[in-house]
Ligand binder design. Structure first.
Ligand code: ZN
Length: 396
């Protein structure tokens, strides 16, 4: 169903705001505070009060929370992250931090993931039309901008906690790229590092040492076997329809003729929402403690195998009749259920008791790639979606 389109003036303003947002090279490894401060100033100009919430553990990083309407429970949150993925080693045809328009498409890093959504939210909420309606809002609209989503969704939990303490919202729309179609569920992701400490020696007599590299190879092979077992449990709503395991990086050893003293590898686990997200790591640890470690320790007591989680982002469990689902389906007229394998902050809201759904402009196909773009049509659709949320929050 096509949405009623926003006014040309709002679209123009959203495009200008997107250009400013893209011009902040807010790659996750760098501070996002300049962008956050600029947004706060823009909101102040429009008479919208906002709070900057500095990261408790990282300098130069902050979340932002703004509220329109009454300070009370039951509001709607519009949430997005401000960080973007790097552009290094990508072949861009234009400057990634300079919004470039061509054939109805807006090119730039973060246009679809997900500064386009932020631009539409800011354009609508800071418009004079919305300012006139603020007094009519029956429920509050909260804007949440987060940091460090792309590296493990580290910012959102702080913002969610602050929001809950002020006025518990009823639901949240996380505007990750979905071509403005509601997404009801996604998998979780956990990133682990497994470190193997072996015992070094000359490779002419391998009985005297424990090769960390060879041990790690067995552990990686075990994860491969566990992946095959996982494929027996399928949930056809997801693609691939099982919990997946992948080892992406492995490092170890010093020379071909030295028994490797250490080896470590990074792996991720993307689990289906309904299962136990910790089951596989637990089974993996139990297996290597019982089956691998004793023989290593028989050679040298200092040998060890340790796995620790580097990042963990919870899944979004489908809740077909939640207030977030009802709101977005009413506004988009779209009643199909969709499930994805990428991760968003929506699951973190859901675990905090706030009904969540993903719906935002642009396609995930363009995210994280060179020449990332958002069509002007999608930006316009996102603006009219936010306008509809404002109108809906004015009704009882
Ligand atoms: Zn994103």
């Amino acid at each position: 169903m096509a949405m009623a389109s926003t006014s040309p003036a709002t679209l123009e303003r959203a495009t200008a705001l997107l250009a400013r947002l893209v011009a902040f090279p807010s790659v996750s490894s760098t501070p996002n505070l300049p962008l956050i401060q600029w947004v706060a100033e823009e909101l102040t100009k429009a008479g919208v009060h906002s709070q900057i919430l500095p990261s408790p553990d990282q300098e130069g990083k902050a979340n932002l929370i703004a509220t329109l309407g009454p300070q009370k429970e039951g509001g709607v949150v519009l949430s997005g992250h401000t960080d973007v993925v790097p552009v290094s080693e990508q072949a861009w045809e234009s400057d990634p931090f300079l919004l470039t328009e061509k054939d109805g498409k807006l090119y730039g890093r973060g246009t679809c993931d997900m500064k386009g959504f932020l631009a539409s939210v800011l354009a609508v909420l800071s418009s004079t039309k919305t300012a006139q309606k603020t007094a009519e809002l029956r429920r509050p609209i909260h804007v949440v901008l987060t940091y460090d989503e792309e590296v493990g969704c580290f910012g959102a939990p702080h913002a969610i906690r602050a929001l809950q303490e002020q006025a518990a919202p009823a639901c949240v729309v996380v505007g990750e790229p979905s071509l403005m179609k509601p997404i009801s569920g996604h998998k979780s992701i956990a990133i682990y590092e497994t470190r193997v400490a072996g015992f070094s020696g000359h490779s002419c007599d391998t009985r005297q040492g424990v090769s960390a590299v060879m041990t790690a190879a067995r552990l990686v092979a075990k994860l491969g076997e566990m992946q095959v077992q996982e494929q027996r449990q399928q949930d056809e709503r997801f693609d691939p329809p099982w919990t997946s395991v992948h080892v992406g990086v492995i490092k170890g050893g010093t020379a071909v003729n030295i028994i490797a003293p250490s080896c470590s590898f990074l792996w991720d686990l993307r689990a289906l929402p309904e299962g136990d997200e910790q089951a596989l790591p637990r089974a993996f640890a139990a297996w290597h403690q019982e089956q691998i470690l004793p023989a290593m320790r028989a050679v040298h007591a200092g040998c060890s195998i340790e796995t620790h989680a580097k990042a963990m982002v919870t899944s979004l469990r489908p809740e077909v009749d939640s207030s977030a689902e009802r709101l977005v389906r009413k506004l988009t007229g779209d009643n199909r259920h969709r499930y994805v394998s990428y991760v968003t902050e929506a699951g973190q809201y859901q675990r905090a008791g706030i009904a969540a759904i993903v719906c935002g402009p642009g396609s995930i196909e363009q995210a994280h790639k060179a020449n990332e773009f958002l069509t002007k049509d999608q930006l316009a659709e996102s603006c009219s979606f936010v306008e509809k949320i404002v109108a809906d929050c004015c009704k009882d």
